[in-house]
Design a protein around this ligand. Structure first.
Ligand SMILES: [Zn+2]
Length: 191
């Protein structure tokens, strides 16, 4: 099963728990309180293996469960649901981390001149290049100044798309909150 089959929202779960989580996500998405035994049967995965994966998501708060005792068998069954709000939170956290790194990289690209080996085995800023006397320590070739305009453009585009996605997530969060507020108002009025 491919990552591309998943709704974008769920990709953060794959970052957290690995690709083995994909079929589980596909089943849990848009379902609630799914019994782990049903899940195990539907996906044809041993329930113990399944739990290991589920707990990885649980530790990040991406999933939660209700526990019920099976009256006949006497053991507890976990019923699992994805935490959709938490999915967005974790996704936003990851995006912000990524954004910070890209911005640092962009600043460095804009304020430094880089020197690169023509065979691409090494790359230095100006001070580093002086230290190696402008020679590649791997192959001995003369380093040349790197044109980094393409890198700058690439980084700027990447940053822009992350900002857009963050904005989208922020807006969805606001919509969600205003809906909750409206519901509260209705309750107050009704009371
Ligand atoms: Zn080299």
């Amino acid at each position: 099963m491919e990552v591309s089959d998943l709704p974008e929202k769920l990709l953060v779960c794959v970052d957290v728990a690995g690709p083995e989580v994909i079929p589980i996500l596909k089943y849990l998405y848009k379902r609630k309180n799914v019994s782990e035994f049903l899940l195990s049967e539907k996906l044809d995965v041993d329930v113990h293996i399944l739990r290991t994966v589920l707990y990885k998501l649980y530790n990040e708060g991406l999933i939660s469960y209700k526990r019920k005792k099976d009256r006949i068998k006497g053991w507890y069954i976990h019923y699992w649901s994805l935490n959709m709000n938490r999915l967005d939170e974790v996704r936003m956290k990851k995006l912000k981390e990524q954004l910070e790194k890209l911005q640092e990289r962009l600043d460095s690209e804009k304020t430094h001149i880089f020197y690169i080996c023509p065979s691409f085995c090494s790359r230095f800023d100006f001070d580093g290049a002086i230290e190696t006397e402008f020679k590649c320590p791997e192959c001995g070739s003369l380093l040349k100044q790197q044109e980094n305009e393409k890198t700058v453009v690439y980084l700027e585009k990447k940053i822009e798309s992350i900002l857009e996605e963050l904005q989208k997530l922020e807006n969805e969060k606001l919509d969600l909150n205003s809906n909750i507020e409206n519901d509260n108002n209705l309750e107050t009025k009704a009371a």
